[in-house]
Design a protein around this ligand. Structure first.
Ligand SMILES: [Zn+2]
Length: 276
């Protein structure tokens, strides 16, 4: 079958598609709410001619909904390392900014996976791929919000004020021109949008997606994707025993549906409590 003929057989439904070549590793893994039309758009894209020339077979894995497609795509890209996917490479060392209350003020600390449990530790802000990236983010927040480089731990204490004060970017928390509480209130506001929420349940839950009478239940434990139960087959897809570990991509996929409860959520039962 030519690729064109294979595309005509693909479902017009949500799910994941996999481009296979001659080698063991897939060439490319993607997701869509309409697999056939998404794959057709790959075939029309001249920039992807090289990948398409290597493609022998296109596989489709339907899902009951969009969240399932996103979770499966992210999981398969990480476990199968397709040649042409670049977007979702696993971050080697996940870093974040932590706020710590000390002497009635907020101190900043750069933390990573070895020092804190992501998704379980409160007052974490942003997911970064390096400590350097955390400090860069703080620098840019300082500029935007007139925060103090000394208070943020980016500069050593200097009684003449921080560099930002000298160029009139700092509002003066370091020189006493601004009360520390006003500075810290602005810092909290600046960080509000990138807060990493802690897991809001005592244990693992199922996120339920349904299409017609087909039900899929995604097992999620502390923001980690542990597999999907499928009512059509009565079996698990990509089931992982033991805690899969915090993962930035899964967190970003899940944070809205979990916090806003846009999908039905069920406790996963005692036999699925898999926190290590
Ligand atoms: Zn300052």
């Amino acid at each position: 079958m030519t690729l064109g003929e294979q595309v005509c057989d693909l479902p017009r439904a949500p799910g994941v598609y996999v481009f296979h070549g001659d080698g063991k590793l897939p060439l490319y893994i993607g997701k869509s709410v309409d697999i056939r039309s998404r794959v057709q758009s790959h075939l029309r894209n001249p920039d992807e001619a090289r990948m398409l020339a290597q493609t022998r077979r296109i596989e489709a894995i339907e899902t009951a909904g969009e969240i399932g497609a996103l979770l499966l795509e992210s999981h398969l890209i990480k476990t199968q390392s397709p040649l042409y996917n670049q977007r979702l490479r696993r971050i080697k060392k996940l870093c974040s900014l932590q706020l710590v209350r000390k002497n009635d003020s907020w101190q900043t600390a750069v933390v990573d996976e070895q020092t804190v449990a992501f998704g379980q530790t409160p007052q974490l802000y942003g997911l970064f791929s390096s400590r350097h990236a955390v400090r860069q983010k703080l620098q840019s927040l300082a500029q935007q919000h007139r925060l103090c480089l000394q208070m943020l731990g980016l500069e050593k204490t200097n009684p003449r004020g921080c560099f930002g004060w000298q160029i009139r970017q700092c509002a003066g928390a370091c020189t006493g021109h601004e009360p520390r509480t006003a500075h810290d209130d602005r810092l909290l506001q600046a960080l509000e949008g990138i807060q990493i929420h802690t897991w809001p349940f005592p244990g693992a839950v199922h996120l339920v997606e349904q299409r017609g009478d087909w039900v899929q239940k995604h097992l999620i434990n502390h923001w980690a994707y542990q597999g999907t139960w499928c009512s059509q087959t009565g079996t698990w897809l990509e089931r992982r025993k033991g805690f899969a570990g915090f993962d930035a991509d899964s967190y970003h996929i899940l944070v809205k549906p979990v916090l806003l409860q846009t999908l039905a959520i069920e406790p996963a039962g005692d036999d699925l409590q898999t926190t290590s």
